[in-house]
Design a protein around this ligand. Structure first.
Ligand code: SF4
Length: 395
């Protein structure tokens, strides 16, 4: 890709070089990122996951200004799901060939630690084949505070009870000046703690992802600072035990109807694609980069497949948090993900959360007009609709 790609492929970017990416023409930057992606992953393939988000409780005491999901315990629509209600959601996922649940809630100080352990054991017993990725660093920190244990001890007990990994929630900007700004979330977990807890989880063999949200009003230099903190953390994990972040996922701040509305600029398609491409080039040690269709829509997400992304995310059956803050898209059927990937010229592959291909979908059958084809494996009926009280959180 001309002048930019060759030097970028050949050496690790310095801070200055990383910051300079944000001044380059978008398509030049995207082209370089696409080449970097092709060098690391199968150039012909774009993967996706069939999964489900489950939000066990919306009670939270952190109060992030960008969150439309959380409630105080006394609000009428505060809830905590029963184990059976959670199991019913997992059964719906199993019925459509899903392989993972992403389970997050608020930081609920009224739930004892034993509740989480019992929930994991219940899920392990009744849904042996489903991977359980649950409890972001913010929730882990909350459990440590509740029990007096260290976060590492909390993670060890959760793992023994059946936890497979942590969601990447709460990464946002790993720059405290941004994340703790008055208009964002002064009480939010600090970036040092987020990185430390992810590192502890990785040392225990748990699966993790790295996330980033742009649009709080941060500068390009602060975006770079956040990405370099991830790159350093990944270096340490890979050198220490080999289990680092499995993927990087970024999206733009969703502000509609939440307290931060009007107090943060957000970010549009240009900045999203710029950041996606820069992240691919800066994070040279994270192989998988995911496009975000729920926040950016299919068209921009498709474009991200030419700016460094090799994965189209997941079906996200039951998504509520970013949707409650204005994201345009919610859950989508597998058929739609396959259509978007194929239309962009890539071969769709269903993966598991470890990015292993588990199925090659029959694209022709999936995309056939309704009634023209019989049932397709893994394409069952969509699960029952979202409960207005249930949602996905990014604690
Ligand atoms: S984003 Fe998470 S931690 Fe913040 S208020 Fe919402 S539920 Fe609580």
């Amino acid at each position: 890709m001309g002048t930019l790609a060759a030097p970028l492929r050949s050496r690790r970017l310095t801070t200055a070089a990383a910051e300079a990416l944000y001044t380059r023409p978008l398509f030049e930057l995207a082209g370089a990122a696409h080449e970097a992606r092709e060098a690391l992953t199968d150039a012909a393939v774009v993967t996706y996951l069939i999964d489900r988000n489950i939000n066990y409780s919306n009670v939270c005491n952190v109060g992030c200004a960008f969150c439309g999901f959380y409630r105080t315990r006394r609000q009428d629509d505060a809830y905590t799901l029963s184990f059976e209600a959670i199991s019913a959601k997992v059964r719906e996922l199993e019925a459509v060939g899903g392989t993972r649940i992403l389970m997050q809630g608020g930081v609920n100080p009224y739930l004892p630690f034993d509740w989480y352990l019992a929930l994991l054991r219940h899920l392990r017993e009744h849904h042996r084949a489903i991977r359980i990725e649950a409890f972001s660093p913010e929730e882990i920190k909350g459990m440590a505070k509740l029990t007096g244990m260290t976060t590492s001890e909390v993670l060890t007990e959760l793992r023994a009870a059946g936890l497979d990994g942590l969601p990447g929630g709460g990464g946002e900007m790993l720059v405290d000046e941004v994340r703790h700004a008055r208009h964002v979330s002064p009480a939010r977990i600090g970036s040092d703690d987020w990185i430390r807890i992810m590192g502890e989880a990785q040392a225990l063999g748990l699966y993790t992802t790295a996330t980033m949200v742009i649009g709080f009003g941060e500068s390009p230099a602060q975006r770079v600072q956040s990405l370099l903190r991830l790159r350093d953390a990944q270096d340490r994990a890979l050198a220490g035990h080999g289990n680092g972040f499995s993927a990087f996922i970024s999206w733009t701040l969703q502000t509609r109807g939440v307290r931060i509305e009007g107090r943060a600029p957000g970010a549009g398609a240009f900045e999203y694609l710029q950041n996606v491409a820069a992240a691919r080039l800066i994070l040279d040690n994270i192989v998988n980069h995911q496009a975000s269709w729920p926040t950016m829509g299919y068209k921009v997400a498709q474009t991200a497949l030419f700016a460094g992304c090799n994965d189209f995310g997941s079906t996200m059956l039951e998504e509520n948090v970013v949707s409650q803050a204005g994201a345009g898209q919610q859950a989508t059927p597998e058929r739609e993900l396959v259509r978007q990937i194929a239309d962009a010229g890539f071969a769709p592959r269903q993966r598991d959360s470890l990015y292993r291909v588990v199925r090659i979908p029959d694209v022709e059958a999936l995309l056939a007009p309704e009634g023209a084809a019989g049932p397709v494996p893994g394409q069952g009926a969509a699960p029952a609709g979202r409960s207005p009280a249930a949602g996905t959180v990014r604690s």
